[in-house]
Structure formats: C-alpha cells, structure tokens
Design a protein around this ligand. Structure first.
Ligand SMILES: *Cc1c(COP(=O)(O)O)cnc(C)c1O
Length: 422
C-alpha cells in the first residue's frame, strides 16, 4: 500500500488514456443512460454509477475515496459541512429515545448540536469529562446508547483523547465509537487503528487548508458488525423506504450504504462538486502542511511558555503539558498547529493582545495555511453560559491560536511585539 503522503497526492483518482490528468469538476446534477434498465439497476444497488448529484457525484467521489484510503476505511461520504457529517452520522443510528455518550471536550458547534438541538428530537447526550475513569464512562452506557463520541484533539481546550480507555468500553458494549479527527487529520493519526468505527471530519479546516471550501466527511471503518448485536434494530429489519433492504446483510458496507441511500437521500447535505475539487487540490499538500504546522506550533508553544506576559500555554508538544504522554503515544509525528494560551490580565488583555497583532489576523476559522487567533469566550462560544464554559475548560483569557505554515520566526516575532505592547 502507498504511504500516506503519496495517497494525499495521488489517491482517489486514476485517469485512463485521454482523460484529464487533474480531477475535473463534474458540474452536473444528473447523468445520462441509454436504457431504462441501466437506471433501474442503479436504484436497486445492483450496479455502481451516478444518477443524481444529491446521492453521488464523480468529483465528490474522488475526495471521498482519497480520504477513505488515508484513514483505512471502506468508504467516505462527503457532506456540505463538518456539522452535517456529524449530524448524518448520529441520525444514521439514533432515533427518539436513544442516547449518545460523548466527551465534554468537543467543538462548540457539536456541543450545541448534542446538548440542545438533538434533545428537541428526543436524542439525549450524556457528557463525560475526558479525564473520567473507565468505570465512570462505562456507567453512562445503557441499552439505548448508540454512539460513544470523542475528538482526537479538542478545539479550543487542546485535550488529547485517551483512545485505549474508551475503545475498550465501546467494544465491550458493542456500541459504535465515533471520532472527530478534524484537527489532526489521518496523516498524523488514524482513529480506525485505535478502535474507532466511524471517523468524521470538517474538511473546512486542514483538509482544504486554504479556507476556501466548506465541507465535511464521514469515513466508515467497515469494522462494526451490526448483526452481532440487537442494539441497532433498524439495521436488522427491512427498510420499507428502500425496497426492503436489510442493512446488516451488507456486512462491512452496512453503515455507509444506509447513510448514503437513506440519510443523504432524505436530508440532502452532500458536498458540492466545486468544493470537492478545491478540497482535493488542498489535500495534495496535506502531509507537507501538517508537518510544517506541527513544527511551527512546537516552536511557538516553547516561546509562549517562556514569556513572562503569558499565564499558561496548552500544547501537547510541551513536556510540562498534561497530555504530553498521550500525544507522544498517539501522534508521534506531530500534533498539528492548534494551541491555546492565556495572557496575564484576563479577558480585556486578551482582546488587547489580539488587536496588537499585525500579520496574525482575528478570524473564527482555524487550521488553514495562515496563522490566526480567536477569543472563544466572546465569539464562537458566546452562546454558552459561564458555567458551561468552565465545564468544558474555557477560561475567559483563553486565546485560541492556529499556527500557520509561515516562517516560524515571523510568527513568533508578531506575537512577541504584541505581548510587549500590552
Ligand atoms: C469546524 C469544526 C467542526 C464543524 O465543521 P464545519 O465545517 O464548520 O461545519 C466540527 N468539528 C471540529 C473539530 C471543527 O473544528
């Protein structure tokens, strides 16, 4: 099998004689067939092919295959955003009355989805502290639990998840283990190798890498046996909306096929062909970029940890960091460019510091080629109460820094002059 950096460049697309060298944008909602029976076979899943872009599109498929190959999964399902990737994953297995057991250290948007929006539809979320013991997490799982959810490195608290601890619980109860791997990407860590069954991404971040295309993706590991448990009843009975298909009978393809032919058909949150093209282009340099993001972040974290105007720094490359050992174990080749730190003087000084930066801009986005900062307490997380913020480990002076791929000396110089002038 090709190495990951080769798959980033070459994966997913293998043109035949006379075809375009670069993945073309197939800007078409629909596809032509000469015989009605050809189309009928597609609807019956007897043949592979395209019939409507809400279900599949050739440009989008290239992105899906490349990411699935990078992660070691059986298929990818590209979505319009990272949020829709998580939503479709949940709805593919959860009905009203079911529950999700999730780490509390997750992206703010996912936290809102789980704690507020899904609740309105009768899906409950039980949060656990990422540092909770195995017994405490185990106690949250009951017969209605359909998903255990976590993030590899949580944004913006920079908590590295303890995979071995939780994979064992998921395996014991035969519950699907879903991991959001957005901020690490498969070139630095592959959750399927550590017990995950499904991986979700916001491709709007490092996969695209240039802040030009919103998107997400679901990777099915194909490593969960839906017929070995009665927990997922919907996979065991005929789907009346898809001429009586029993998904568990598809083996390794059960989750992915159901997600596409039922969830994507009904909810329609597929990635656009143009965004798939841009994300593909970005992914060609993913391995190179992640190496540079990781190196730069380690240098910046060291600088911040030695600066007297800085109260605290969180980056797992620092030997003093709480998650140093876990990060070394799971991400030996780098931990990405995300970090957070607190300036002395609280919320007001945090805002002042950000305004003094010259090259590094204030944006809500993270994880693209350009370094950027954000103050979550007053922006992305402002919908959360102070108690909620504290519960997920966000202090009022926390600055989220996404270290880009510029020269590390220029990034450090900008931060140094801003720290000196507050
Ligand atoms: C941004 C992000 C999301 C949501 O992705 P969108 O593409 O913005 O919908 C989910 N998880 C993580 C970790 C993120 O950083």
């Amino acid at each position: 099998m090709a190495k990951l950096d080769t798959i980033c460049v070459q994966g997913g697309y293998n043109p035949k004689s006379g075809e375009a060298r670069v993945t073309p944008i197939v800007q078409s909602t629909t596809y032509v067939y000469e015989k009605a029976s050809e189309l009928a076979d597609l609807f019956d899943l007897k043949a592979d092919g395209y019939f409507y872009t809400r279900l599949a599109n050739p440009t989008v498929s290239v992105f899906e295959s490349k990411l699935a190959e990078l992660d070691g999964g059986v298929c990818g399902i590209a979505c319009a955003s990272g949020m829709s990737a998580t939503l479709l994953t949940v709805l593919n297995v959860c009905n009203a009355g079911d529950n999700i057991v999730s780490s509390r250290a997750i992206y703010g948007g996912t936290y809102n989805l789980f704690s507020i929006t899904l609740k309105k539809y009768g899906i409950e979320c039980r949060f656990f502290d990422p540092d909770a013991s195995k017994e405490e997490i185990d106690a949250l799982v009951d017969e209605k639990t359909k998903i255990i959810f976590a993030e590899t490195i949580a944004n913006p608290t920079i908590v590295v998840f303890d995979f071995d601890k939780v994979a064992e619980i998921a395996k014991k109860h035969k519950v699907l283990f879903v991991v959001d791997n957005t901020l690490v990407t498969p070139v630095l860590f592959r959750p399927l190798d550590f017990g995950a069954n499904i991986v979700v991404y916001s491709s709007s971040k490092y996969l695209d890498g240039h802040a030009v295309a919103l998107g997400g993706c679901i990777i099915d590991g194909g490593n969960f046996d839906f017929s070995a448990t009665d927990r997922y009843e919907e996979f065991l009975v005929p789907d009346e909306s898809y001429h009586g298909l029993v998904y568990a009978s598809l083996g390794a393809n059960a989750f992915g096929v159901k997600c596409r032919v039922q969830m994507m058909r009904d909810l329609g949150a597929i990635m656009s062909p143009e965004n798939a093209f841009l994300t593909n282009l970005g992914m060609e340099t993913l391995a190179l970029r992640m190496e540079r993001h990781s190196e730069n972040a380690a240098k910046v974290a060291k600088f911040l940890s030695e600066n007297e105007n800085v109260e605290w720094v969180k980056h797992p490359s620092l030997p003093t960091d709480k998650y140093y050992d876990l990060a070394k174990k799971y991400m030996p080749n780098g931990m990405g460019g995300m970090m957070s730190f607190g300036v002395k003087g609280g919320s007001a000084k945090a805002a002042e510091f950000m305004e003094k930066l010259k090259m590094i801009k204030i944006v809500t986005h993270v994880a693209d080629a350009r370094s950027c900062v954000l103050h979550p307490a007053s922006t992305t997380h402002r919908q959360l109460s102070t108690a909620d913020l504290e519960a997920i480990g966000i202090k009022d002076n926390l600055i989220r820094l996404s270290v880009g791929i510029e020269n590390a000396e220029d990034i450090i110089e900008d931060i140094r002059q801003a720290l000196e002038s507050i």
